[in-house]
Design a protein around this ligand. Sequence first.
Ligand SMILES: [Mg+2]
Length: 321
Amino acid sequence: MPSARSATLASLGETRLIQAIQDWLGAANPPPPHGIGDDCAVLPPRRAQQLVTVDPVIAGRHFDDRVPATAVAAKLLKRNLSDIASMGGRPHSAVIALAAPPTLPVAWLRGFYRGLAACARAHDVHIVGGDCAQTSGPFSAFLTLFGDAPARPLTRAGARPGDLLFVTGALGGSILGKHTRFMPRLAEGRWLAGRREVHAAIDLSDGLGKDLAALVPDACEVVIDPRTLPVSVAARRLARRTRRDPLDCVLNDGEDYELLFAVAPRAIEDFIIAWHRAHPTPLSCIGRILRNASDEPSGRALRFEPALPGGVLTRGYEHFR
Ligand SMILES: [Mg+2]
């Protein structure tokens, strides 16, 4: 028998692995048939419309050896929580599918599931099922999260000419730590969904420079004042270290997991006052949506006034490139 310290998935086998996972998840996994143990989990009926989202973490892509297993699992759940937050929802149940190499240490996977359970408990989410497959590739985990939609789910569509654009928190430099330490903006998202003047929202995962395009309606452009962009401390530090402009970090680093949303301009002072009464989270107004006279293809129309410093481009994080 290998020692506990050196045990790998290959030495554990599937049956004992599933028992171990139930043990590691503890109270985050409800008793069958509502949790692990049957072919499906049975979810009790719910009154609200349902939101569903899926996101992965893949070794070498979303995390490396410097990130502890508990933080990898928390990141996996929080990426999905951020999607539910962007639509104003309340998360409740998740399933998780793993592809793991047989050489993976059991101790690492224990940390992963303990981290997942702790994060799930903190957000009142049940882990109700999953699957484990063997792979010759890197460790990958895909989590599917369900949530109750609010009466009026926020979507990316619905912004109008004249709307003001806001972001929560501060942006850029997430690689210096925020990509695992962020807090999904669930309370803020729910609050926004209850405000009629909020027309559209998205969470920032690929970088403001790219994600902005998703909120721009047809025949419109968005005009951003770069001086109003909330530059994070990490963005300034990373910019110094890599000799980039801090604005380049703000627009293109990605993995901010903040909310970007469009708000009707009338009574905007009331909206801002109400926000600060409800949330300690910083809020920045970064620009506005205007009708576009030119024939730019929609989603491309992004203008900076004043212009960005030379050499700063907006590209965000482009997958598959
Ligand atoms: Mg998203």
